[in-house]
Design a protein around this ligand. Structure first.
Ligand SMILES: C[S@@+](CC[C@H](N)C(=O)[O-])C[C@H]1O[C@@H](n2cnc3c(N)ncnc32)[C@H](O)[C@@H]1O
Length: 275
């Protein structure tokens, strides 16, 4: 048997062990990126092979929790991809205005910058008090940061240029106050945001929402898991509700393509058809 074939079996056994022992399902994550992350873990921890990792993680939860962050890439930023936020302001906000109240679900929100960015867009449109924003992720440390709403001041300074490019009508500093070297997000934003743990690969629908924002998460999943998650979003969305994906993600060729129309294909914003 070829060594690559043996390695493939070792990866399968490791992912199966994680699922059976801890209930985290990484079995349908995109294989190439899982393999890259596992190699990095082997290198960082000085372990020679995956079989050793598998047997150790079965017996040692602390060891498993050291491995989990390798599966969860939490890279994010405020107003990431300004054209997306510009399209949101111009094409989605006017339609959100027609709902007396609405809910926005940020699935895979990492440390929360995306949730605060959308909350800021809604605040500037005078819609924040009609909105409830939910940020979910599998990574508890990331969620703890999102919940606190406190970031290094540097992050806000970097976000400022993107905020302007996104069509911001004021200054990003209107939405936080600086305290020494950290920025504390405005209480009006924090009040409308709920942060919770949710695993897209395993958990059920989040209840009915009017907008799902799931950006730069599906790229880590294989086609089957992408379709499962997209179906979950379809079932969670109100008729006429919006789905926002990352710029390398699309509904084209997905199992739910027929159920949506593009509001802005370039910005990856879709609207659930009213059946
Ligand atoms: C690259 S970040 C994207 C953050 C943000 N949406 C953005 O675009 O800037 C991907 C996030 O997806 C989360 N994630 C990965 N698998 C997940 C799953 N099964 N359920 C929920 N979140 C998941 C990771 O923990 C990580 O925080």
């Amino acid at each position: 048997m070829e060594p690559v074939e043996i390695e493939r079996i070792e990866v399968n056994l490791l992912l199966e062990a994680i699922f059976q022992r801890y209930g985290y399902d990484f079995r349908d994550y995109a294989r190439a990126s899982i393999e890259r992350r596992l190699s990095q873990f082997l290198k960082d921890s000085g372990i020679a092979d995956l079989s050793t990792v598998t047997s150790q993680l079965l017996r040692d939860p602390a060891f498993f929790h050291r491995l989990v962050p390798y599966f969860s890439v939490s890279v994010t930023s405020l107003f990431r991809d300004p054209p997306f936020y510009k399209a949101l302001r111009e094409k989605v906000v006017p339609m959100l205005r027609t709902w007396p109240r609405f809910k926005v679900w940020h699935a895979g929100c990492a440390t929360g910058e995306e949730v605060y960015s959308v909350a800021i867009v809604l605040r500037e449109a005078g819609l924040l008090d009609r909105a409830m924003l939910y940020g979910t992720d599998i990574s508890q440390p990331a969620l703890d940061t999102a919940k606190a709403g406190i970031y290094p001041l540097e992050i806000l300074k970097q976000g400022s240029a993107n905020y302007q490019k996104s069509g911001g009508t004021g200054s990003l500093s209107d939405h936080y106050h600086a305290k020494y070297d950290v920025a504390v997000m405005n209480a009006a934003l924090v009040k409308q945001i709920t942060i919770a743990r949710h695993n897209l690969a395993m958990d059920k629908s989040f209840g009915e929402v009017q907008m799902v924002v799931c950006r730069n998460v599906l790229i880590y999943f294989n086609q089957d898991l992408q379709n499962l998650v997209l179906k979950l979003f379809l079932d969670s969305l109100d008729h006429g509700g919006f789905l926002c994906l990352g710029d390398k993600e699309s509904l084209s060729f997905s199992a739910v393509e027929h159920a949506f129309v593009a509001v802005d294909e370039k910005a990856r914003i879709y609207k659930k058809r009213v059946m």
